[in-house]
Design a binder for this molecule. Structure first.
Ligand SMILES: [Fe+2]
Ligand SMILES: [Fe+2]
Length: 165
């Protein structure tokens, strides 16, 4: 196995974190679909699919370097969302949390001079910059527009002006 046990354990935990994020985004998508906001729902379904891909990237990396895959238990997503802004705030908080998890792993990969892991994790470092920025932008727009004018953001998403999911 060409990885330390410590880093392998964190990467296995990250499979669970990414799958947990996929569940949370799926739950949010359902919340928006239920509220007849299909563009918001579409956005979050797309986010959920991306998180699932992230989980698979960690899974395949572990297999590629000859480490065992151990998918951890994944908690239920939070399903109580006060309003749209709260949904985006939750998403931004998760993305910031994931960024910390990625940075933590990168720090260990650097300490351990695990260059392959550093290269692998670099993709996620860049990805998180985009993810956090997307959520910050949308949260900002939602806050400015307000709950009563959400249809405006639906058309904003439709025009593809929001950063890609
Ligand atoms: Fe992710
Ligand atoms: Fe994400």
């Amino acid at each position: 196995m060409r990885i330390s046990e410590k880093l392998a354990n964190l990467m296995n935990a990250q499979i669970g974190n990414e799958m947990g994020a996929a569940l949370q985004y799926t739950q949010l998508a359902a919340y928006f679909e239920y509220r007849s906001l299909p563009k918001f729902a579409e956005f979050f379904f797309a986010q959920a699919a991306e998180e699932q891909e992230h989980a698979m990237k960690f899974l395949h990396y572990l297999l590629d370097i000859g480490a065992e895959v151990k998918i951890p238990a994944i908690g239920a997503p939070a399903y109580k969302v006060a309003d749209t802004a709260a949904g985006f705030q939750m998403s931004l908080d998760w993305e910031n949390e994931v960024t910390d998890q990625i940075h933590h792993m990168m720090g260990i990969a650097m300490d351990e001079r695990d260059f392959a892991a550093q290269t692998f994790l670099q993709w996620f470092v860049t990805e998180q910059v985009e993810e956090v920025s997307t959520m910050e932008t949308l949260l900002d727009v939602v806050k400015r527009v307000g709950e009563k004018n959400l249809f405006m953001i639906e058309s904003y998403l439709e025009r593809g002006e929001a950063p890609a999911a």
